[in-house]
Write a protein that binds this ligand. Sequence first.
Ligand SMILES: NC(=O)c1ccc[n+]([C@@H]2O[C@H](COP(=O)([O-])OP(=O)(O)OC[C@H]3O[C@@H](n4cnc5c(N)ncnc54)[C@H](OP(=O)(O)O)[C@@H]3O)[C@@H](O)[C@H]2O)c1
Length: 248
Amino acid sequence: MILKDKVAIVTGGTRGIGFAVVKGFLDNGAKVALLGSRQETVDSALSKLGEANPNYSVLGFCPDLLCTAAVEEMVRSVVNQWGRVDILVNNAGISDAKPFYDYDEAHFDHVMDVNVKAVYNCTHAVAGLMKEQGGGVILNTSSMVSLYAQASGSAYPVSKFAINGLTKALARELGKDGIRVNAVAPGITATDMVAALDQSIIQRMSAGIPLRRLGTAEDVANAFLYLASDMASYVTGEVLSVDGGFVG
Ligand SMILES: NC(=O)c1ccc[n+]([C@@H]2O[C@H](COP(=O)([O-])OP(=O)(O)OC[C@H]3O[C@@H](n4cnc5c(N)ncnc54)[C@H](OP(=O)(O)O)[C@@H]3O)[C@@H](O)[C@H]2O)c1
């Protein structure tokens, strides 16, 4: 119960890594607002959680993460319900495999909007509140491509390099207010996002994993659990790789 009575918001909490984070946080005593892109996916996640444990304290929202007013309204709803926000997990994201020659500006902007601008919006919506509360934890989902890039879909590594930059910048700026900011950089993790990638890309990447298996969403969620908890009370500005030892 290392997050007993903590209040958390998890974007991209409906599926994959985010859902495992939500479940891990709930199992450790947190109250969690899970976010998805639409009501249908949020309802489906809430129903799975209700079946797993009807006593979970969990709410669902689907604000447009690119609309500051909608994000701020979601944060107000969480505060009205539970009085505070202790942890924000910026996990929602989209991958990309498009060859650079096929790129247009709208495609580049879309990846950057979902993977970076939305993170800024959510973080900005809770940072002042966390400062008033005397502290908080902000966690971002980066990727191993933030270290090694990838051979197509260039906006994706660009967006994750940006996430590492935001993580380190805000760790330095917000530390004095008791706010810790860290990122988790998953390797290839068996979720819908990976299932959507070309098999040849998965095979090429898998060949370099020392632990000889893809990660599970739970492998990654455990890192979030640690970083969200007081066990990581002196850890900030870190990008923690959870990638089976992948070395590029
Ligand atoms: N899987 C991997 O191998 C891997 C590796 C490194 C990093 N990551 C990162 O881990 C995070 C989660 O990945 P995943 O593999 O768990 O993905 P996933 O299974 O595809 O789930 C993506 C999540 O993000 C939400 N989402 C997507 N677009 C959104 C939007 N425009 N607005 C709001 N929410 C949106 C989805 O909500 P809906 O269910 O409503 O669509 C879903 O909850 C991402 O940031 C990804 O870049 C993944």
